[in-house]
Design a protein around this ligand. Structure first.
Ligand code: 6MZ
Length: 347
């Protein structure tokens, strides 16, 4: 990759729609956290999967447990959220939807409500400080915690949707896809939908989720995370694909995450190709930029080089991502204008 081409991906304005807060913590911030908590005896190298390394998805979820030990107070959350937002801005992301699972930590007195308030405070501070990025927040439901916690989380998200000046826009369903079943979470997800929260649901991240995906599609979600095994070639089905196409539900695709987490064997086998060929709305995302050692420019560049996309095609991908966001129409409109101003002359 020559320098000029590399610069192109860094310079173009980008939209990030699938970023888990604690998975996005950079190595530099991780070192600060480790220094704050020497008694935990955690090496910062344990929280990142470097170039050429692979882990099973189960091992990835162990990494999140380690990170959660390091991020367990309001002070930590404020620091990681601010630094993650600043890092996305420095990578040219102009609009970010951050997601995170509210946690309570009796040791530090952290409550789920304070958790969300602290993330919102970080977003507010970044705005006050003039960081050039618009940030919205999705409250995450960790499927591992079951239906009651899911319902509790939805109620919390509803409260914040009403009181956060439009910053809380939706709900994410994530967590270890091999644990629990989506059918148990349907009442909570249905309630979220009815109350006006947008739904971004991880679906078919592993092959065993076909039946669950059929159920979740009936909600239907507003966006799908990963969707690795939805299409027939991957063990999904034509009927799943037909429904998704008919409803025009965008897919959030995270190439490095899927390859490093070994749900996709190599970049060229990534399902980006399947959906892109069908001209289905696809949004390139990082998932966990800290854990998977990537950033959004790199994901754009990797996709372009793997699938032979022209710079014009890459530009179109980044522009179309605006329309897949949960931003209100007026903001989408101003983002489109911003893109027109920032369009590189070489295109
Ligand atoms: C499913 C994932 C994920 O919420 O503490 N998470 N869920 N699939 C993935 N693919 C790799 N990557 C991250 O961020 C960490 C949490 O995000 C979810 C998991 O629930 C993880 O514990 P927060 O900010």
């Amino acid at each position: 990759m020559d320098k000029e081409a590399d610069l192109f991906y860094r310079q173009i304005p980008k939209v990030e729609l699938h970023a888990h807060l604690n998975g996005s913590v950079s190595f530099v911030t991780m070192e600060k956290l480790v220094a704050r908590k020497p008694h935990l005896n955690i090496e910062s190298s344990r929280t990142a999967i470097r170039s050429g390394q692979r882990r099973t998805l189960a091992e990835c979820f162990q990494v999140f447990k380690v990170i959660h030990q390091l991020v367990d107070s309001e002070e930590d959350i404020l620091m990681v959220a601010k630094s993650v937002i600043e890092e996305f801005a420095a990578d040219g992301v102009k609009y970010l939807e951050l997601r995170s699972t509210p946690r309570e930590e009796p040791k530090t007195g952290l409550t789920k409500r304070r958790y969300i308030e602290t993330v919102l405070e970080a977003i507010h501070q970044c705005k006050q400080e003039g960081v050039d990025i618009d940030v919205r927040f999705l409250v995450a439901v960790d499927r591992r915690n079951g239906p009651e916690v899911a319902m509790e989380t939805v109620k919390l998200a509803e409260d914040f949707m009403l009181s956060s000046d439009g910053v809380v826009v939706g709900l994410d369903l994530s967590g270890d896809p091999t644990v629990g079943h989506g059918k148990d979470l349907l009442p909570a997800l249905q309630r979220a939908r009815n109350s006006g929260l947008k739904l971004a649901l991880h679906m078919s991240e592993v092959p065993s989720q076909k039946e669950e995906s059929e159920l979740l599609l009936d909600l239907p979600p507003d966006r799908i995370g990963h969707g690795t095994f939805l299409h027939p070639e991957a063990g999904g089905s034509d009927s799943l694909v037909d429904k998704i196409c008919k409803l025009n539900i965008p897919l959030e695709l995270c190439l490095t995450s899927n390859v490093k987490g070994q749900t996709v064997p190599s970049y060229d086998k990534h399902h980006f190709q399947y959906w892109y060929e069908r001209q289905h709305p696809c949004v390139l995302c990082t998932d966990d930029k800290g854990v998977f050692c990537t950033d959004l420019s790199q994901e754009y560049q990797l996709t372009a080089s793997t699938f032979g996309l022209s710079q014009e095609a890459v530009w179109t991908l980044s522009l179309q991502a605006i329309h897949c966001s949960f931003a209100p129409e007026a903001l989408k409109h101003s983002l489109v204008q911003r893109w027109a101003e920032l369009r590189p002359h070489i295109l």
